[in-house]
Design a protein around this ligand. Structure first.
Ligand code: ATP
Ligand code: CA
Ligand code: CA
Length: 435
C-alpha cells in the first residue's frame, strides 16, 4: 500500500505540474515506468528508459537497486477525468498521502480483489486483475467520452490506473476510484443489486450477527422496498441510468451492480463516525484503525509499527521535497482554467448522496448513496464458460453471467422496479388487469 501511494503521489504531482493541454490519441495508450530506490541515502526515482544511470552518474542495476517499480497509465487522460469529476489536485494528493497509511480491507468480493481506503475515506484503491486492467485501457476512450458528456454519470469514477511491481517481479494492477459511502455518515443498510435473482440472496439468518451485511436482490424484493425519489429526482435518475447502461453495453461489460447505501436521518450517527465506512465493508470490525486482528484472530488491517511508519514518513518527505518538482502550494496555485469544471455530480450533492423525496417533492428522511460498481468484467471467455455451465442447470436469463446486451436490459428493468412507488405499481397492476 505504501508503494502504491508513493507512486501515485509521484506521478500525479508530475503530470499536474505541467501546463494543461488538450488530449491526443496517444494519451490513451501512454504509459510511463518509474523505478523507486527508496533505500538509498537519498531516495530517488529514475524513468525506466534512463535506467542505466541515475542523476549522479552511478550505474543502476535494476534488480539490485530498486525497491519497486511503478507504471502509470494514461496520466493525461486521468488528469482530465479528475477535473471532470471536480477533484482538486491538491486535495487529491493530500487525501492519498497525508497520514499515508491506508486501511487495508482484504477482499469483500469473490474476485480476490483487495480494497484500500484513503485515510479520509474519500477514495478507494481496488486491485484489479490483469484482464480488467487491459480492458479498462482498451475502452478508456469510450469511458472518457461518456464521462465528458455525462459528468453526472453513476458509473464508478476512475481517477487513476497504475501498476506496482515488486523486485520479485509480482505485478499488482490497481485503480483509484470514488468511495460511494461517506466518511461522516452511518450507512444503516447496504444493497448490491444486479437484477439477477439466482444466488442473489444474503442469508437472512446471518443478519443478526452481521446487521450491516451487504444485502442482495432477493433481500430487496423480500422487503418490498423502493427508492423514494419523487417525480423530478426519479426522472433525473432514470435518465442518467439509461445513458449509463447504454454505455456499459457499448463497453461490452457485465456483472456490474448498483451499490446502494441508505442513511436514515432519524437514526443519525449512533456509531463511531470514523469507522462507518469500514463497517459496511467488514461488518463486525469495531475499531479497525486500532485493532490489528479481528475476533477470530485474522489480521484485517495492517498497521505498520511506529518505527516503520516514522522511517516511511521520512522517506516520503524526502521524495516529496527533493525529487518531485512540485509542491502542494504550487498545485494550489494552479491556473484559473484548471479549476474544477463541474460541480459535484447531482447524485452526490446532498451531503455526498442523493436525498429521498416524497411524491409531493418534500424532502424525505433518508439519504441514498449510490452508484454502479464493478464495471470492468468483460463478457469474455471466463464468463462465457460460466454461462454455459450454470445455464445447464438454471434458466439462462436469470443467472448473473449473461451477455452485455441482455445483462444491461435486465439490470435497467430491475432498477426501474426499484424506484417505482407503491402507488405507481398499484396503478400499473390495475391497468394490466383492466387490459
Ligand atoms: P465480485 O467480482 O465477486 O463481485 P469484486 O472483488 O469485484 O467482487 P466489487 O463487486 O467491486 O468487488 O465490490 C465488492 C464490495 O465492495 C461491494 O459490494 C461494496 O460493498 C464494496 N465497494 C466496492 N466498490 C465500492 C465503492 N466505490 N464505494 C463503496 N463501496 C464499494
Ligand atoms: Ca461485484
Ligand atoms: Ca468483480
Amino acid at each position: 500500500a505504501y508503494n502504491m501511494l508513493t507512486g501515485i503521489r509521484f506521478v500525479v504531482s508530475r503530470v499536474n505540474a505541467k501546463m494543461d493541454r488538450p488530449l491526443t490519441d496517444a494519451d490513451f495508450t501512454a504509459k510511463n515506468k518509474f523505478s523507486f530506490d527508496m533505500l538509498a541515502e537519498n531516495p530517488r526515482w529514475v524513468v525506466d528508459t534512463m535506467l542505466t544511470s541515475d542523476s549522479t552518474g552511478n550505474e543502476l542495476t535494476p534488480s539490485a537497486k530498486y525497491d519497486f517499480k511503478f507504471k502509470d497509465y494514461s496520466p493525461w487522460v486521468f488528469r482530465h477525468l479528475r477535473r471532470i469529476f471536480g477533484l482538486d489536485p491538491a486535495d487529491y494528493l493530500m487525501s492519498l498521502t497525508s497520514k499515508y497509511i491506508l486501511s487495508e480491507l482484504g477482499s469483500p468480493g469473490k474476485s480476490g480483489s483487495f480494497f484500500y481506503f484513503s485515510r479520509d475515506y474519500k477514495y478507494i484503491i481496488k486491485t484489479i486483475h490483469r484482464g480488467e486492467h487491459k480492458y479498462l485501457r482498451k475502452v478508456l476512450k469510450i469511458y472518457h467520452s461518456h464521462v465528458s458528456e455525462n459528468p453526472n454519470t453513476l458509473i464508478s469514477q476512475f481517477y487513476g490506473l497504475h501498476r506496482v511491481k515488486t523486485p520479485f517481479g509480482r505485478k499488482i494492477y490497481f485503480v483509484v476510484m470514488n468511495n460511494l459511502f461517506p466518511p461522516h455518515r452511518d450507512i444503516h443498510q447496504t444493497f448490491d443489486l444486479k437484477g439477477s435473482t439466482i444466488g442473489r440472496d444474503y442469508h437472512e439468518e446471518d443478519l443478526a450477527a452481521n446487521p450491516r451485511a451487504t444485502l442482495k436482490d432477493l433481500n430487496w424484493l423480500r422487503r418490498n422496498m423502493h427508492l423514494e425519489l419523487g417525480p423530478t429526482k426519479k426522472q433525473m435518475f432514470l435518465e442518467q441510468l439509461e445513458k449509463d447502461v447504454e454505455c456499459l453495453k457499448k463497453l461490452g461489460v457485465m456483472d456490474y451492480s448498483l451499490l446502494l447505501g441508505i442513511h436514515d436521518l432519524n437514526r443519525g450517527n449512533k456509531d463511531d463516525i470514523r469507522n462507518s465506512a469500514l463497517k459496511v465493508f467488514q461488518p463486525g470490525i469495531e475499531h479497525p484503525s486500532d485493532a490489528s486482528t479481528s475476533a477470530d484472530g485474522h489480521p484485517l488491517v495492517r498497521t505498520p509499527s511506529k518505527l516503520e511508519s516514522a522511517r516511511k514518513a521520512r522517506e516520503l518527505r524526502k521524495i516529496i521535497n527533493k525529487e518531485v518538482p512540485v509542491t502542494l502550494d504550487q498545485t494550489a496555485n494552479r491556473l484559473p482554467e484548471e479549476a474544477p469544471m463541474f460541480k459535484e455530480a447531482v447524485f452526490y450533492r446532498d451531503d455526498g448522496g442523493f436525498r429521498a423525496t416524497h411524491e409531493n417533492d418534500e424532502p424525505g428522511d433518508v439519504v441514498y448513496y449510490l452508484g454502479i460498481i464493478d464495471c470492468l468484467t468483460h463478457y469474455g471467455m471466463v464468463k462465457k464458460v460460466e454461462h454455459f455451465w450454470k445455464g445447464l442447470k438454471k434458466p439462462k436469463d436469470k443467472i448473473s453471467a449473461i451477455p452485455p446486451e441482455g445483462y444491461g436490459d435486465r439490470f435497467l428493468n430491475f432498477i426501474r422496479g426499484v424506484v417505482k412507488s407503491p402507488e405507481e405499481a398499484a396503478r400499473e397492476k390495475e391497468q394490466r388487469e383492466r387490459e
